[in-house]
Design a protein around this ligand. Structure first.
Ligand SMILES: [Zn+2]
Length: 401
């Protein structure tokens, strides 16, 4: 035990090889005759009573008939890492509950040590995860960090089967090639076994999915369609608001501070905002008409029959196209162009749930926001798999959380 003034500040545990048992080759794990010993090394172990703890050991080299002179297999360690597997697993588990920086502070290790531990944990999990049961995936793009450069977008692939929802893959940027890489990473067996793919109307995604998973039913996601509608209403409001202000009209006041109120569902608007939205609706403003169109569209999702849903879609897009509100017309044209994929929503009903992609996106945002501790994209990617991948974990002797 190494000691400072009056108190142990580090525990060192001296390990010795059993004299009667031969070392094993670190490649093939077969026992082999000894060759020589290397100088002593230190591995960090799980802290005992809060005191940093190390293993000390001089590894033997063995002479393997197949692999020649080689360092022996050490059950507590992997490769040249200075941290034991038990400690890496310990840190990795805590790094899901605390930020990486906090984990490093609490257990008196470097940020780098936490990063490497999580990385090891995740790589083990990715290598051992089962993908046979993946039948439904959701594909999306997510913005992260600051700015709108291509590097600030992620392409994500989720499993959205009712029994298992998790992050399957994440890649930088969002062009076709990225999604192609993601599907390749899942492997042809998984891609060809897919029954449902859920995504936005983003053209490159549509093309890749049609080309590679043509057998799967492609569903345009309710959450994305709602987002497009909300954006269109907001565009109408903004341009109308600046038009009225330029003309000095008092009615511009009516549109002020209504942005968030208008995004909500009508039935969920309360209090003062409700009165203001009501006042708006009785006006002849373009924003009111756009909002009313958006609200009407919610009825679409209530249909059970594909035929009736299709009839509603025709009716709604017809109205939107005659509305003289360009943003709404744009949404209507988009919906018409993808009518079949939108109606797939009703064909797939019960098989995929509405909120899954949106829910997982929100969880990703929680992780990326906590991420100012992540100095690189790679670190963030590891953190996403670690928190949302539901990966299998290596068997580890010390389990504290
Ligand atoms: Zn060997």
């Amino acid at each position: 035990m190494g000691s400072g003034p009056g108190q142990a500040d580090v525990i060192e545990i001296q390990l010795e090889a059993h004299g009667g048992i031969r070392g094993r080759c670190s490649e093939c794990r077969r026992a082999a005759p000894g060759y020589d010993r290397l100088p002593e090394r230190r591995w960090q172990f799980v802290p005992l009573w809060g005191i940093p703890t190390y293993f000390l050991y001089a590894p033997r080299r063995v002479e393997c008939s197949q692999h020649g002179v080689i360092v022996e297999h050490l059950p507590w360690s992997e490769g040249k890492r200075p941290v034991t597997c038990a400690m890496m697993g310990f840190l990795a588990r805590w790094a899901r509950r605390l930020s990486w920086r906090e984990t490093a502070q609490v257990f008196q290790v470097s940020w780098e040590a936490v990063y490497r531990s999580v990385e090891w944990f995740v790589q083990w999990g990715l290598a051992h995860r089962a993908l046979q049961e993946v039948k439904a995936i959701g594909v999306d793009e997510i913005h992260w960090g600051r700015g709108l450069r291509a590097d600030n977008f992620l392409t994500v692939i989720y499993q959205i089967d009712a029994g298992c929802r998790r992050l399957l893959w994440v890649g930088k940027r969002r062009p076709q090639a990225t999604l192609g890489r993601g599907l390749k990473a899942l492997g042809p067996e998984v891609v060809q076994g897919l029954r449902f793919v859920c995504s936005d109307m983003w053209k490159p995604y549509l093309q890749v999915i049609a080309a590679q998973a043509g057998q799967a039913m492609h569903v345009l996601d309710r959450f994305h369609i709602t987002t497009h509608l909300n954006q269109a209403v907001d565009q109408v409001r903004r341009s109308e608001s600046s038009r009225l202000r330029a003309a000095g009209k008092a009615r511009a006041q009516r549109l002020k501070h209504l942005r968030w109120g208008l995004l909500r569902r009508g039935s969920r608007i309360r209090g003062r905002v409700r009165q203001r939205v009501h006042a708006l609706l009785t006006s002849k403003l373009a924003t009111a008409r756009a909002w009313e169109l958006k609200e009407t569209f919610f009825d679409f999702w209530k249909y059970k029959s594909v035929t009736w849903a299709g009839a509603f879609l025709d009716y709604w897009t017809e109205r939107a196209l005659r509305s003289r509100l360009e943003p709404m017309r744009r949404v209507a044209r988009m919906l018409r162009a993808h009518e079949e994929l939108i109606l797939n929503w009703f064909r797939a009903k019960g098989e995929i749930s509405a909120g899954t992609v949106e829910g997982l996106n929100n969880k990703i945002r929680v992780v990326t926001r906590r991420s100012y501790g992540f100095r690189t994209y790679e670190a963030m990617e590891i953190a996403l798999y670690h928190n949302l991948g539901r990966l299998p974990e290596p068997e580890i002797t010390h389990r504290f959380c």
